[in-house]
Design a protein around this ligand. Structure first.
Ligand SMILES: Cc1cc2nc3c(=O)[nH]c(=O)nc-3n(C[C@H](O)[C@H](O)[C@H](O)COP(=O)(O)O)c2cc1C
Length: 397
């Protein structure tokens, strides 16, 4: 996909915009336009939505030449076609957009086929992921998987499986890249995800609390204020919802408990727009990750990404090597400056290329540096490593 860092800002209805998406992409991650991106009112038809999406995509292109993606909602509930999905597809083709974050309850073959025919990269995020479903999704031919744990913001899975439980199960079973989602708000979470075999992270809640995100200032402050134990949660039409205990959220919970889901829907149905975009913390919902308890300030998108990718002393100590029969798989938590220097000193670009022919590398994390390190370790020059790192690597080897 040509992204500098494997950090993707999540598709989130109402709370993405061209400015926000471009800010993430310009900071080295990849921004994703979600439903209603850049809007304050609902589209009146599929055509109206397509016009608005086209304008937003053009704005992104004017603000960045880096990769970005668009949310693509597969038809659900047994439908094979959806007029809104068709309209988004036409826009992608016309605007030459090359990446989608596709969501659904299963991969819809017709959709995948036509996206691939247009040479569009399809990153699939199942809304209620299980090991079985994600293994099937790989077989169907998607390019990468976003694996979402129950900690996530937005509509949550029907299965209460946490990111920590689900991601390592999937990375053990699939060959395509896995991107971890749910509850990741900083470098520590990202490193944990990489150590579980993920190749990237997909973050929603943390990116809402950024200067460039269109969510209201009141909402951003409420997310900073909330404690993890204060959220309320209920079953919604499309999974589960967790929200800061707004009046609307409390009322919805009460009605669900009384067995009145249709009445409850009146309170949370438009909640994301009212609560997150308009900042009405009485009548709306603020449906974010329980990790929100750990968010303390509004940052820029650049600051969020810098914090994740900057190596710390701690980072230099932690990495895992895993040797398979035909590949060296390295989960490097963060390539620190020492390791990077050694790698670049030890191998010229030409040597790296030659070795790349001999050793198939499954690239992880910060791919080029990690691949270099893998090649280096596969080489005779491994003895160049000195000091603590040498001992550490010897242990691993
Ligand atoms: C307010 C909000 C709205 C969301 N809306 C969408 C959506 O329209 N489409 C989608 O694919 N995912 C949506 N999501 C889910 C995110 O794409 C992502 O999976 C989730 O935010 C990741 O978990 P995190 O918030 O813990 O980082 C939404 C999430 C939030 C917080």
């Amino acid at each position: 996909m040509g992204i500098e860092y494997p950090i993707i800002s999540a598709a989130m209805t109402w709370v993405t915009s061209a400015e926000f998406v471009a800010a993430v992409s310009n900071a080295g991650g990849m921004g994703v336009l979600g439903p209603n991106a850049g809007q304050t009112e609902k589209a009146t038809s599929a055509e109206d939505m397509a016009d608005r999406l086209t304008q937003e995509i053009r704005k992104v292109k004017a603000l960045t030449n880096k990769p970005f993606a668009v949310n693509y909602i597969f038809p659900m509930g047994g439908a094979t076609e959806d007029p809104f999905t068709n309209a988004v597809f036409d826009v992608l083709v016309k605007e030459n957009v090359k990446n989608v974050i596709a969501i659904g309850l299963n991969v819809v073959d017709r959709e995948l086929k036509r996206l691939k025919e247009q040479d569009i990269k399809v990153v699939y995020r199942d809304l209620s992921p299980t090991v079985e479903k994600l293994v099937e999704a790989e077989k169907s031919g998607v390019d990468a998987l976003i694996v979402t744990g129950y900690e996530a913001g937005g509509h949550m899975s029907d299965y209460k499986i946490s990111t920590f439980s689900l991601v390592p199960q999937i990375t053990s079973l699939v060959k395509i890249p896995v991107i971890a989602a749910g509850g990741i708000i900083d470098g520590r979470g990202a490193k944990a995800a990489l150590s579980m075999g993920a190749e990237g992270v997909y973050m929603g809640t943390r990116f809402i609390v950024t200067k460039e995100n269109p969510a209201s200032m009141e909402t951003k402050k409420a997310i900073i204020k909330v404690k993890s134990e204060e959220f309320i949660e209920f079953k919604s039409g499309t999974g589960h919802l967790r929200t800061i205990p707004t009046e609307a959220g409390k009322k919805a919970l009460e009605l669900i408990n009384l067995g009145k889901p249709a009445e409850a829907y009146k309170y949370y149905g438009e909640g994301f727009k009212i609560g997150m975009l308009d900042g009405d913390l009485v009548n709306g919902t603020v449906s974010v990750s329980e990790s929100a308890g750990g968010i303390q300030q509004i940052l820029t998108c650049q600051e969020v990404i810098d914090e994740i990718v900057k190596p710390s002393d701690e980072d230099l100590k932690i990495f895992f090597l895993q040797f398979d029969t035909d590949q060296i798989r390295i989960n490097l938590i963060q390539p620190g400056p020492i390791q990077t220097n050694i790698v670049t000193k030890a191998l010229s670009e030409k040597a790296i290329e030659e070795r790349a022919q001999q050793v198939p590398i499954k690239r992880l994390g910060q791919s080029q540096e990690v691949a270099n390190l893998a090649l280096f370790l596969a080489s005779d020059e491994a003895s160049y490593i000195t000091g603590a790192h040498h001992e550490l690597m010897e242990d691993c080897l």
